[in-house]
Design a protein around this ligand. Sequence first.
Ligand SMILES: [Fe+2]
Length: 345
Amino acid sequence: MSQQLGTLEDLPEDYRTAMTEAGVAPLWPMMRNVLPHDAPNPVTKSGHWAFDAVRPLLMRAGELTPVEKAERRVLVLSDPGRGTGAMQATSSIYLGMQLLLPGESAPAHKHTPSAARIIVEGTGGYTVVDGEKLPMEEGDLVLTPGGDWHDHGHDGSDPVIWLDALDLPLFVYLEGSYAIEGELQAQRNRPDASEVEYRAAGLAPSRRLDSSVRRYPMMRYPWVKTEAALRQMAKYGDDGIAELDYINPETGQDVLPTMGFTAMMLNAGQIDSPPLRSASAAFHVVRGRGTSVVNGQTIHWGPKDTFTAPVFADITHTAEEESFLVRVHDRPLQDKLGYYEERAK
Ligand SMILES: [Fe+2]
């Protein structure tokens, strides 16, 4: 049963002053703020970043700020609920659009938060993670797990742009966020694991009892393979939307500890109205065009756009043409904390 709780103003002035001096405060006037009934009351608001609007600003940053002055040349996608400059797009997900120009490199570092990139534009860029050179092609998902050294380089002739997704807000909140700088890594002279050990789903290197497996065995998920798999799912899968989760090929678990990635294909005219999920989400449009309604707010999206949804958002996607989206979400974190939930609409 819900009942009206007492307010701060109900209390005598001298008592309030005495409490402040003692460094204490009454819980009851604030309790509903931190424990609202039935569902959270998110600060996060749905945001939409049209690539057509962000790209010119990013290119201008390329003229104004040499990469040596920026280290990482990034424009942060700030949650409208927290305001421009907020270092987060949802409660737990940071998003930034990064530009690397031909010939540029970004120095090696490692940090406590985990990151993943979805490549938005350009060819010839690469990330080196833990000595493994990961080419970056449009739509690829590239992981830079927390604690792993990574640097970027660019051998191509056109700008390369990618979307960074990090669990940074979580680490900032925990006062656990920091980075260590290092020298550029020596690269192993071989293709990445997606082209060697994990070329085909269902096959992994044979193990001996004493062999060890890297915690993050595959750090690049080439878009060409994802798209081909989605197309087969759309053609032959059960009814519904073709959706594929990115998983660690050795464990079948999520690719990173707190962030999950799910690729989705919508045919022209197809509508997706998922249940209300307790996870927050960012949607990146790899290709296509359509409309999404998020908590009553209509977002018209096009190729390479990014938009977000807070926890428990009521979302309906409608594709105007064949569309591919990647959803970044914090379901793995919520699973670990034991409260991930889906509610029927
Ligand atoms: Fe980094």
